[in-house]
Design a protein around this ligand. Structure first.
Ligand code: GLA
Length: 744
């Protein structure tokens, strides 16, 4: 719902549980309110204008004083608002300052796509869009603030459109963030995600302090280190209580998400493309679109925030035919063979995998060019028939004849110095002339801003897909972007490079998906360094981390679950002891953790014991059975990720079924039983409680057997109030899956 009150000059943007209010004050676009849904009240009193000096001052103080105080929707640089700005533009004589004044607005059903960028989509009945047009008369630049508001989801999606409308000369956009929210600090905390390779998206929470705090990436991608998300939440907010504002970004390159608390206890949160080294030349008549930022509000804690993000993604950002479908259960040969494989080995893995119920074989790194280690071959996407022992077409056919789908690994945006591609096109590699390039994993990046590079990739990848019959592509990206220079742009445009790199990647992905509509692309970046809504628009699942240890994955998948639903998280059962940590864990625990993702295997099935093979068959049947629940249900974190017993739950949207998963990181002897309180159940409904057989049930105590193995029922109310205990009989790293099924 979007409305405009002409008397108060106020816009109201309502989602089911939130209200967002914007005012026009002396032509400036101000922010009045964002939070819990309110009635028809006049909220203009919230738009503080620094006229509190009352009798001593006229109502409107001079421009500088006003601007440095006024809560703004899109604060600009150079005129007197000294907080973090969201927009900076200079003219061709390098004169700074942007002054945006209201011109007009329009409200319409639905949401418009943004050319070249990923964006939410929806039917006309599902959302409304407000466009507020503003204009800077000195620059001749029009800036349109765009807000899409969802009818059934507590999300608002924002971006801006900048047009050099009436200028006769180019202007230079030096900063173009997508969103800004000015709030009164109500003793808030700030929550962000940080990590490293194999330790992605661990949460960090601390009280908001004066000055700036936030997360950034200058790595050309979202990064392992910091994630493009921020939540501002009540000090006492927890998973199920309290107000939480969540912000995320539909983009895959350099970003900034900053919260700045200032002298007046005003908290300004901004999000957008990182402006360091950014400068975009906009010729007369040209348009620049910023990527979309997603704003959510929850009045019931972090779980509700996550469910909002999950619903938004599942309904309005996944485009592929996999939107409502189970993804194929795959086996990937990386941890089984690394670079050392041929067709015989792959077929051997595929055959055993098929016997156990797996549906797809993914051939990972090493099948092309000269590539027996990570020092050479990237860019030469010609199958190495000598190594494989046959053509890729024959390999694909053999796999399909076994009844499996075929998937292939690529790392399209990179190039090895030792490759035919580099020898033929050294200028395609990203490097600064005269400077030694910064190699990473022995590789350079391809200049994705170049149309000829994009065309090369589209054509070579299409060729391999057509010849092999592959219907899945693992799209990897194993380094960061530095040495930022492109020969394809003039000096004054070099500041466009990092963004053009991302746009180039999006263009190649879009093209491939148009040519191969059934193609399922799984994103990857040394594990989960590019896990973001931008990539998820093209690649509906992303490899969450190179760390496949289920105990490490508890923290990684926990942090990822703050924004991303289970069906986006690539998660595999790998060998034990684990290759990253050396930790030994039971196969059923590895499976229970991987089931909260896309689920697959990454091991040599020939090395499994008979008992483990039996377990694999059962796990696959279980995942098949529970897939609609896990894929579509509401996700609840029932504990933190660093507990002795880490527990989470998925509840079907109708409340009829719930799966609780619990993993013991540490069992203590002679201790009180561990209770968890499920969420999201129907209070009056009777639920049958059953424990999934993980081969450990004979270890249960008599009381545990009485609860779990006797078709006992309890009401949703009782389960949620008193909780249910988790058996602790099977020791460290044991996992239990408890199913609650409504008995009608
Ligand atoms: C990255 C990926 C791995 C694997 C290797 C292959 O590290 O995250 O899954 O594909 O590359 O080189």
């Amino acid at each position: 719902m979007i409305s405009f009150n002409e008397k108060t000059n106020t816009f109201r943007l309502d989602t089911p549980d939130s209200t967002y209010a914007i005012c026009i004050s002396r032509g400036w676009i101000g922010h009045s309110y964002y939070g819990k849904k309110v009635g028809d009240d006049d909220l203009t009193y919230l738009t503080r204008c620094n006229d509190f000096f009352g009798a001593y001052t006229p109502v409107f103080r001079e421009k500088h004083t006003f601007l440095d105080f006024f809560p703004q929707e899109l604060p600009t640089e150079g005129l007197g608002d000294f907080r973090e700005s969201a927009l900076a533009i200079s003219n061709s004589e390098n004169r700074n300052g942007v002054e945006l004044k209201y011109v007009s607005h329009k409200i319409f059903d639905g949401a418009n796509p943004i050319e070249g960028l990923p964006a939410v989509f929806a039917d006309k009945s599902e959302c409304k869009t407000l466009e507020i047009t503003t204009f800077d008369a000195v620059l001749g630049v029009e800036v349109v603030l765009v807000y899409t508001v969802f009818e059934k989801i507590n999300a608002i999606v924002r971006h801006t459109r900048i047009i050099n409308k009436k200028g006769t000369a180019p202007v230079f956009i030096k900063k173009a963030l997508s969103a800004c929210i000015d709030m009164d600090n109500q003793n808030f905390d700030v929550l962000t995600l940080h990590g490293s390779w194999a330790r992605e998206r661990h949460i960090e929470r601390h009280p908001v302090h004066l000055g700036k705090q936030g997360v950034v990436s200058m790595r050309g991608e979202t990064s392992h280190q910091e994630h493009c998300f921020m939540a501002i939440l009540d000090k006492n907010a927890d998973e199920n209580n309290g107000n939480v504002y969540g912000f995320n970004f539909i983009y895959s390159g350099n970003f900034v998400a900053d919260a700045q608390l200032n002298q007046f206890n005003n908290l300004r949160v901004v999000m957008g493309i990182n402006s360091e080294n950014f400068c975009w030349k906009l010729n007369p008549g040209e348009t620049f679109n910023t990527p979309q930022a997603v704003l959510t509000f929850s009045d019931k804690g972090l779980n509700k925030m996550s469910q909002t993000f999950h619903d938004l993604y599942r309904e309005h950002l996944i485009r592929s035919e996999y939107k409502k479908q189970m993804r194929p259960i795959l086996i990937n040969n990386w941890e089984a063979t690394y670079f050392d494989f041929n067709t015989e080995k792959l077929i051997d893995i595929a055959r055993k995998a098929k016997e156990n119920g797996i549906e797809m074989l993914v051939m990972d790194d090493g099948w092309f060019g000269k590539r027996d280690n990570d020092r050479s071959g990237l860019g030469d996407w010609t199958p190495n028939e000598k190594k494989l022992g046959c053509s890729i077409g024959e390999l694909g056919k053999e796999i399909r004849d076994l009844g499996l789908r075929f998937g292939i690994w690529f790392e399209p945006e990179t190039i090895s110095e030792d490759s035919d591609l580099f020898r033929a096109h050294p200028g395609w590699a990203v490097q600064v002339p005269g400077r030694e390039p910064s190699l990473c994993r022995y590789e350079l990046l391809l200049d994705m801003s170049r149309a000829d590079v994009q065309e090369y990739l589209i054509s070579i990848i299409s060729k391999v897909l057509s010849e092999s019959g592959a219907t899945y592509l693992k799209w990897d990206f194993n380094r960061n972007l530095c040495d930022k220079y492109t020969a394809s742009l003039r000096a004054e445009r070099q500041g466009e490079f990092a963004h053009r790199f991302v746009l180039g990647t999006y263009r190649v992905l879009e093209n491939l998906l148009t040519r191969f509509p059934e193609l399922l692309i799984e994103g990857c970046s040394s594990g989960g360094a590019r896990f973001d809504y931008g990539m998820l628009y093209y690649t509906p699942q992303i490899w969450t981390s190179d760390d496949t240890d289920p105990i490490e994955r508890l923290s990684i998948q926990y942090g990822t679950s703050f924004f991303y639903p289970t069906n986006t998280m690539g998660a595999h059962v790998s060998a034990s002891p684990n290759h990253q940590t050396g930790r030994a864990t039971p196969i059923y625990t590895r499976a229970a953790v991987a089931m909260s993702g896309t689920f697959g295997y990454e091991l040599d099935p020939n090395k499994l014991s008979e008992e483990e093979k039996e377990s694999v068959r059962e796990e696959i049947q279980l995942f098949d059975r529970l897939n609609p629940l896990i894929r579509e249900g509401d996700y609840f974190r029932l504990t933190g990720a660093k507990e002795d017993c880490v527990v989470w739950e998925v509840v079907s949207k109708d409340g009829a079924q719930a799966l609780i998963t619990a993993v013991y990181t540490q069992v203590h002897p002679n201790q009180m039983v561990h209770y968890v309180r499920p969420q999201g159940l129907l209070p009056e409904q009777e639920y049958e409680i059953s424990l999934i057989d993980n081969g450990q049930t004979e270890k249960l105590s008599g009381q545990e057997k009485a609860l779990f193995l006797t078709e006992k029922t309890m009401t949703g109310k009782a389960l949620q109030a008193r909780g249910i205990y988790v058996p602790n009989a099977a020791g460290d790293y044991s996992a239990w899956q408890i199913l609650l099924t409504a008995r009608y």
